[in-house]
Design a protein around this ligand. Structure first.
Ligand code: SF4
Length: 72
């Protein structure tokens, strides 16, 4: 069982998490909110976490190693 949280201080409302996983994340104004704290089978949480540009998504109960993309 996982618990997903968003750091509202750093979320910049880019919408990437909602685009990748609309079952779990939704933009509410200028911030994303979590619709399902336990995640969804239709969602690749690791991909979402890695894709957040501000590292605002935390998933407790899942071993996700944050991989910085190499600069070009
Ligand atoms: S991907 Fe990150 S910065 Fe963008 S809306 Fe989601 S939580 Fe906020």
């Amino acid at each position: 069982m996982v618990t997903i949280t968003i750091d509202y201080g750093s979320c910049e409302g880019c919408g990437t998490c909602e685009a990748l996983c609309p079952d779990v994340f939704k933009l509410d104004g200028e911030k994303a909110v979590v619709l399902k704290e336990g995640g969804s089978d239709s969602c690749n949480l690791e991909e979402v976490v890695q894709s957040c540009p501000t590292e605002s998504i935390k998933v407790e109960g899942m071993d996700i190693k944050f991989v910085r993309k190499a600069p070009f």
